[in-house]
Each structure stands twice: as structure tokens, then as C-alpha cells.
Design a protein around this ligand. Structure first.
Ligand code: GLN
Length: 210
């Protein structure tokens, strides 16, 4: 059974753990570097979720708990990772409108506008057509059911970044290698498509790396 670590410093942790468990995987909370790798240096998790919340708070707590570099190194090392909302902001290489002193992990080559979707769509629920490649989990006729809560927008995506979904003209779901970043909250809508994609990646990663 794949083990999925959910960063549990702040924000929507439980919903992601339930989504992962509903798919038959094991969910564990990540609160310290030791939750990522054991004393012998072996990975403890096969995939990682950075939930929504408040990205500047998550950033600050990551640094307080000594998790910033270990998270960055694990993701750079190929750990399949899904960041939602504040999690997407944490993954980004640049934040257009950071809070004072706010940093991001820089593992996804995008610029984000942290508060692009303001109060007018504060709790919008929409169906987004899938724009990514067809695979076993999701195909061209499929939709993602999304809730937007003070959501960020991807305002620049690097050459190696695939666009998976847009909301109007705004890019709201992307992938670069092992890293998935989305603006919205599928876990609040009972949509497990992205979690299934993550587990698919984790299974592939497991067979390649033992
Ligand atoms: N705008 C928030 C931030 O800066 C993200 C909101 C969310 O995760 N729902 O982190």
C-alpha cells in the first residue's frame, strides 16, 4: 500500500487524508523532517500532499520546524507531490505578491498571483475540463470538480510545465514531472481525480525506485 504524507502544520489536512484513504492508500501526517526519511535515510512516504491554508503561515511554520529544506530536497529527488491552493504557492518558483519575507520551495517553474481570485469567486464551485494528456485516470472528456477559496492563479508557466486545467483564461492546474499544483480544492468536492493521479505517480515511482 502506498503511504501518502500530508503536510500537517496548518490548513485542510483531514480532507486530504480521507481522500487518500478512500482510495485504499495510507495517509500519515508530516510535521518534522523525520516524517519524510527514517534514520537510515530511507523514504518513509511514497507521495506528498501540501494542503490549502495560508501560504505565508505554512512557509513560516516549515522553517520553524526545520522542514523547508527537507521538503524541497525530497520533492527535487522525485517524490510525487500534489500542492493545492496554498500548497501550489509553496511549490512555486516565484510569488508575485508575497507576504513580507515569504519564501516558496521553488520546485515548480511557475509564477503565482497569490490572491488572484478574490471575494467575488471566494466560494465558486465549477467543473473544469481536463486539458492534460489522456491516461488511465482521466481523459479528454473528463472534468475536475473544483472549489475556489481565495485561490491563486498561475500567471506564468515555464516550458516544461503542462497546463492541466483553466478557469476561464486563468491557468489553475499544472504539472511538471513529479509535481502537481492546483489552485482549487477538489478534496472539498469529493473529487479524487488528482489524488488518483498522485497515487498513479507513486506506484510508478515505487516500481522504478524499489
Ligand atoms: N490565498 C491563500 C494564500 O495566500 C491561499 C488560500 C487557500 O489555500 N485556500 O495562501
Amino acid at each position: 500500500t502506498p503511504v501518502v504524507g500530508v503536510l500537517a502544520l496548518q490548513g485542510g489536512v483531514i480532507e486530504h487524508m480521507r481522500a487518500v484513504e478512500s482510495l485504499g492508500a495510507r495517509a500519515v501526517k508530516v510535521r518534522a523532517a523525520e516524517d519524510l526519511v527514517d534514520a537510515a535515510g530511507h523514504p518513509r512516504i511514497n507521495a506528498l500532499i501540501l494542503p490549502g491554508g495560508e501560504s505565508s503561515t505554512v512557509d513560516r511554520l516549515c522553517r520553524t520546524f526545520g522542514l523547508f529544506e527537507p521538503l524541497r530536497d525530497a520533492i527535487r529527488g522525485g517524490l510525487p507531490t500534489l500542492g493545492t491552493c496554498a500548497g501550489l504557492i509553496m511549490l512555486s518558483s516565484r510569488i508575485q505578491d508575497p507576504a513580507p519575507g515569504q519564501r516558496s520551495l521553488g520546485v515548480l517553474d511557475v509564477t503565482v498571483n497569490r490572491n488572484a481570485f478574490g471575494s467575488q469567486v471566494a466560494s465558486a464551485e465549477v467543473d473544469l475540463p481536463w486539458l492534460g494528456p489522456a491516461n488511465d485516470v482521466v481523459g479528454p472528456d473528463d472534468h475536475l470538480r473544483a472549489a475556489f477559496i481565495r485561490a491563486p492563479e498561475v500567471t506564468r508557466a515555464g516550458q516544461d510545465v503542462e497546463v492541466l486545467a483553466k478557469h476561464g483564461d486563468a491557468v489553475v492546474a499544472v504539472r511538471q514531472g513529479n509535481v502537481l499544483g492546483i489552485s482549487f480544492h477538489p478534496e472539498l468536492m469529493g473529487d479524487t481525480t488528482l489524488h488518483r493521479l498522485l497515487l498513479d505517480d507513486a506506484a510508478r515511482h515505487l516500481t522504478q525506485h524499489g
